[in-house]
Design a protein around this ligand. Sequence first.
Ligand code: HEM
Length: 404
Amino acid sequence: MRALAGTDPGSRWEARLVRSAHPVVARVVDAAVARRGVVRVPGVGVLVADPRSARQVLTDTDAFAKNGPGSSGALWTPVLGDRVLLNMEGEDHRSLRRSLADLFSPRVVREVCDAAAGPVVSDAAARLRRGEEVDVVRLAREVSAAAIGVVVGLDPATPPAALLEASDAIESMVTWRTRTFDDAAAHRARAALAVVQDAAGSAHAAASSDTVMGRLARQGASLDDARSLAAALFLTGTGTVSSALPRIAGQLADAGLLEAPAATGCDVDDVVAEGLRMTTPSLATLRRCVRPTDVGGVRLRSDERVVVLLWWATRRDGGFEPGRPATGDLRHLWFGAGSHFCLGAPLALAELRAMTGMLLDVAGEQGLVVTSRRAARRVLVPRYAELTVSGAGVPHVRREGRAA
Ligand code: HEM
């Protein structure tokens, strides 16, 4: 097995983001998986940090389940109900996934992305071309919130801040140690999600073929299913995309690829794919072992908790190198694998392509530099609190922390 990557500036910044988000857990995990890809840690569970074993756990649905006590699915059930994909298994899960197969078809993704990302991304490009600084964190938060707003049928007049506040409120309620919500916490979470669920309810009632929720209603999905699904898409689709873009921009800068003319040689799809491998915003996911199974040389017992360390698994392939194919067990692992593979991957890719493409275009014309960046502290999804860029020719004062 390859050693963990970590010496290039991009890898060091990634490690710093993860340690700033989860100071204690990240150090414990780093130490535990430094030499072995699969390791049992008493009181925590079995940590799985190599791509082959991670893929085995995610794809073997006879041996590993996402629902049941201690799973992330069980955490969300009191808030979202029991039919939100991420807490389902077996035939129920398969049939709901089948009914959602067209949810993010290429046409829907194009429409959502044009409406949500188009104006915000053009405005950011114009500001960069005028020599202004742009905070890429803010850009990504606005685009990801607007995209989910379009998906759930939020009134376009509602400011994205309403969704961002809801997303921050929920994120602040969950840590690595949160196993379940008590009644009061579930009530607070449901209150925060009302803005999304009420919008989805109205779009479902209108049953227009122009909206995602309306189309679900026309396919026969119940109001409860539409409300629950809208909340699930919101929870899974905002924090991940808004974490990814600034981290990809950071990787580009650290590799010297935001400098003109280097940026003109970068293919946007390669940059997004390799950027997602390097950043893997869904740091880890949980499973429960339902029958004794060998994984990476370790015999797992029934009912053991399995922590699939996606970020650590994708780290095994070295530093940021766009254009290098991620094949075999690593392929798309940042979106999971098997039956729970990310439902929103096509939308996430389109949003990231729109924003990264804009940065590469402007960088190709005039070069871009990172003028300041700061890691967010104690957050669920590791991310930058701020990462600003501006034209390379524009006088600026660099305000960067040192990569750890
Ligand atoms: C870069 C952005 C994203 C990343 C890295 C990401 C990653 C993931 C991963 C790793 C899983 C599988 C978790 C597991 O197996 O336990 C997943 C599932 C899921 N994702 Fe994403 N995601 C992203 C964006 C989105 C977006 C934009 C949406 C929706 C609009 C979305 C919706 C979902 C849903 C609904 C599931 C659950 C699927 C199921 O359980 O069947 N994701 N995502």
